[in-house]
Design a protein around this ligand. Structure first.
Ligand SMILES: C[S@@+](CC[C@H](N)C(=O)[O-])C[C@H]1O[C@@H](n2cnc3c(N)ncnc32)[C@H](O)[C@@H]1O
Ligand SMILES: [Zn+2]
Length: 269
């Protein structure tokens, strides 16, 4: 199912090694993932989210704070009866792990992320899902591979999405809604700029559904807020004083997600 990131030929698995016809080979790591990110595609020594961010995100997600989002994504994927699904920028696998649990039919799930630490974690925790370290800008998959792609807060390249999605396949995209983490913004900006709620154009896809998911998250303990702060870019705007004050004073926080479903305009000829 993978293609070689160097020459784009099929990359079958033999034993514990993926190898293409030109003899490029990639080992299956002991955790069960494969690193398909050639040095040429790395923009830094250790690209993507680092271990600290991943641990914080994991701890936050395990508090069930974003479970309603995971449930909503699962519903959208399952309603389309997808058999092959890609989790793009999968992080440590929280959403694909829950998707697999929720599906009664067998789904073939793949996840890619540029962060090795994230993929390592994901592979260890969800052995039934195929995880690879790879770039969203050069996906290591053959054309027409997936019925659905989920993209939760992750970067992507439109032509790669068009290439790997099956005819009439679906892209489920999650982005912050206008009021997402509003209290956090109010703590650091004089003038708060809300996230846009414009529907983003995805060439080659038609937008078919939007769902807004908004709720007030009750902060169960200061550590939960601390974890949330570590996983969002906005955290850099805080000083250690404003951060402490914010954590001490905040009891609820606005969560606001926009879930957009697109369908590939490509039809089987
Ligand atoms: C905000 S996180 C979201 C992770 C996960 N979808 C979630 O919501 O928990 C964005 C993820 O995209 C990954 N990422 C960043 N640039 C990437 C790229 N070029 N290709 C693949 N993944 C990338 C990061 O490592 C990170 O795990
Ligand atoms: Zn090759």
């Amino acid at each position: 199912m993978y293609i070689c990131p160097l020459c784009r030929q099929p990359l079958p698995l033999t034993g514990r090694q993926y190898r293409c016809a030109s003899n490029h080979s990639f080992d299956l790591a002991k955790e069960g993932y494969v690193n398909l990110l050639p040095v040429q595609q790395k923009n830094s020594k250790d690209p993507g989210d680092n271990k600290l961010m991943i641990d914080a995100r994991r701890a936050f997600l395990e508090s069930a704070a974003y479970q309603p989002l995971s449930d909503a994504v699962n519903k959208l994927v399952l309603q389309a009866a997808a058999a092959t699904v890609l989790d793009l920028g999968c992080g440590e696998g929280y959403y694909s792990g829950r998707l697999q649990q929720a599906s009664e039919q067998a789904i073939r799930l793949s996840g890619i992320d540029i962060s090795k630490a994230a993929v390592k974690y994901a592979a260890r925790h969800y052995p039934a899902i195929d995880f690879a370290v790879a770039s969203a800008y050069q996906l290591p998959f053959a054309d027409n591979s997936f019925d659905s792609i989920i993209r939760i807060y992750a970067p992507s390249d439109n032509s790669e999405l068009q290439r790997v999605i099956k005819p009439q396949g679906r892209l489920i995209s999650v982005n912050p809604g206008p009021n997402h983490l509003l209290e956090m913004k109010q703590a650091v900006y004089h003038e708060v700029k809300l996230h846009s709620d414009q529907i983003k154009d995805e060439p080659g896809f038609s937008h078919i559904q939007r769902q807004q998911l908004s709720y007030q998250l009750n902060i169960s303990e200061p550590q939960q807020l601390d974890n949330l702060l570590q996983m969002v870019p906005l955290a850099w705007k805080f000083t250690s004083e404003t951060r402490q004050a914010f954590i001490a004073a905040t009891r609820t926080i606005s969560i606001d997600f926009l879930l957009d479903v697109y369908q590939s305009e490509h039809v089987l000829s």
